[in-house]
Structures are given as C-alpha cells and as structure tokens.
Design a binder for this molecule. Structure first.
Ligand SMILES: [Zn+2]
Length: 302
C-alpha cells in the first residue's frame, strides 16, 4: 500500500514543489518572507490555494508501512501484558485484513496511546472469563476504552481474528450504551466485521453475521431492529465503495467526486474509528448511500 500512497501524493506535491526556492530545499511558502514572495509571484488567490494544499497534505497523507511498524513498537510497549506471540498474532491478523492500510495504523495508534493515556487489548481471566464464556461473549469494548477478549480468540485463524478485532475497534467510537439504547450501533460494528471477513475470505463467519443481523429484532429488541439493519447495510456498502475508490483511484459516485485513492484509505480509517464524529465528506457519502440503498444491490446482505 505504500506505493499507492506515494503515487497518490504526487500531483499535489509537485504543485507545491514547482513554486519553490532556487535551492529547491524547501517550498517558498514555508516562511513569512516566502509567502510575501509567493504573493508577488503568483498573486493572493493562487498563494491561498498553495497554502491550503500544503495544509491538506500535511493532515491528509496516509501513513507508510514504516510508520505502521513504528506504531507496532509502541503497541508492544503499551501491551506488554501480552506475550510477544500474542502481539504478533494481533499485528498480522490486522495487517492481513486491512492490507496494511490506514485502518491498521489507526488501530495500533488507538491501542498504543500517549504516555500514560491510551488503551489496551486485555484478556479476561479467572471468574470474569468464566462469566463471559457462560454468556458466550468473545470480546467486549466500551466506547473510548480498552478492549477485552477471551484469550481463546487469539487461537482463531488470522482471517477470523482480524475482522473480530476490527469489530471491537469500531465500538470504541460508539455511544455509551445505556440500557441497550445504542444497540443499533452493533449494525456498524457487524458491517465493518462483515466487510473485512469478506476480504479475508472467512466464508464461515459471513453467513453467521448475516444471521445475527437478520435476527436483530429478537436479539436487540424490535425498536432497534430497523436502525441496526440499516447501519449494517450502509456500513458495508460504504466500506465497499471506499475500497473501490482506493483500488481504482476514482469513483463514479457523486459523493466521492474528485476523491483519490489516498482519500479512500483515509476515509475508511476515519469511518471505522469515528462513527459518531463523521467528517462532512463521510456524512455526505453516508447520506447518499442511505437514501439510495436499493441501488447498491447485493443479494446476501441487502
Ligand atoms: Zn459488537
């Protein structure tokens, strides 16, 4: 994926680089004097555009494979209660499911944190583990909190573990679930898991997820059924459309007009990690898919 990142950054970087100091060492707009010189050379409006592009680039470039490996080292330090083999298992399952994409970087960033802050992936033990097994829970994640897992999930094949952990990661951005009022957000978590299960080829898990969503009313209550199913469907379609954008480099969807492969990668990561704080772009895409769901036909899930 690093190669895609580099090529996607190309055109905008060239625009900035073309208006650079004679030495070529740094773009001319990097200092006050530089901005004034740029204004004289290309005018106010063009200068504004150049500066805006620089800001966008600084904030919106996907992380490289090297960045991901550096983040993995932080993850190891933060989660040193896990064995190295367990850390590796988590790392490879996420890397495979996401194709090392921006979602992987966001995942390990979340479970690494800064200094004393940040979150961990913890294993249930003893009586707590027995209690969770009695309730057939494999994992649990409260919003903006740690993820707890049954240690047995670390024995699952990578193609199952990765989507399961990404399901839990999606929950980190959900509402605090008071009396089951936010159960409909399971639709997004299962939509994320289904999308990645399809990618990893976990054909045993996919029909199970469809079954869970089909019976959403019985599982989470009738008043949650419609929103749960809708969240599942819109999430799956949205992830598919962003994946198509990422691989093709452009999209025919009006909501994704002008977006690049890099945008597809960044928007996927923002979506999985920020369901309740969507960017304007993601909200527009979500609304478009929701309003036109029947046109995104897929016999299995729609
Ligand atoms: Zn869940």
């Amino acid at each position: 994926m690093a190669a895609i990142a580099r090529s996607e950054q190309g055109p905008q970087q060239r625009v900035v680089a073309a208006i650079s100091t004679p030495s070529g060492a740094a773009p001319i707009a990097s200092s006050v004097a530089g901005v004034r010189a740029l204004q004289r050379a290309v005018g106010n409006r063009a200068t504004g555009r150049v500066l805006a592009q620089r800001r966008v680039l600084a904030r919106r470039s996907p992380h490289s494979d090297k960045d991901l490996l550096a983040m993995m080292q932080k993850f190891r330090k933060k989660n040193d209660h896990l064995t190295e083999a367990e850390q590796n298992k988590i790392f490879w399952s996420i890397k495979k499911a996401t194709d090392s994409d921006e979602v992987a970087w966001k995942f390990f960033d979340y479970y690494s944190g800064y200094l004393g802050a940040g979150h961990k992936i913890k294993k249930w033990e003893g009586e707590e583990l027995a209690g969770m097994r009695a309730k057939t829970f494999l994992a649990n994640t409260k919003p903006d909190d740690d993820t707890y897992i049954d240690p047995a999930v670390l024995l699952l094949p990578d193609e199952s573990l990765g989507p399961l952990l990404l399901h839990e990661f999606a929950h980190t951005a959900h509402h605090t679930n008071v009396l089951g009022n936010s159960d409909y957000e399971e639709g997004e978590a299962y939509g994320v898991e289904y999308f990645y299960a399809e990618r990893t080829g976990d054909s045993a898990r996919m029909p199970k997820i469809v079954n869970i969503i089909t019976n959403a009313g019985a599982r989470w209550g009738r008043q949650q059924e419609k929103a749960t199913k809708e969240n599942f469907r819109v999430t799956y379609v949205l992830m598919k459309e962003l994946a198509k954008l990422t691989s093709a480099g452009s999209s025919t969807l009006p909501a994704l007009a002008g977006k690049s492969a890099a945008d597809g990668r960044l928007m996927s990561a923002d979506f999985v990690s920020g369901f309740n704080s969507l960017s304007a772009d993601l909200q527009t895409l979500w609304n478009h898919i929701k309003a036109n769901l029947s046109s995104f036909g897929s016999s299995d899930v729609l």
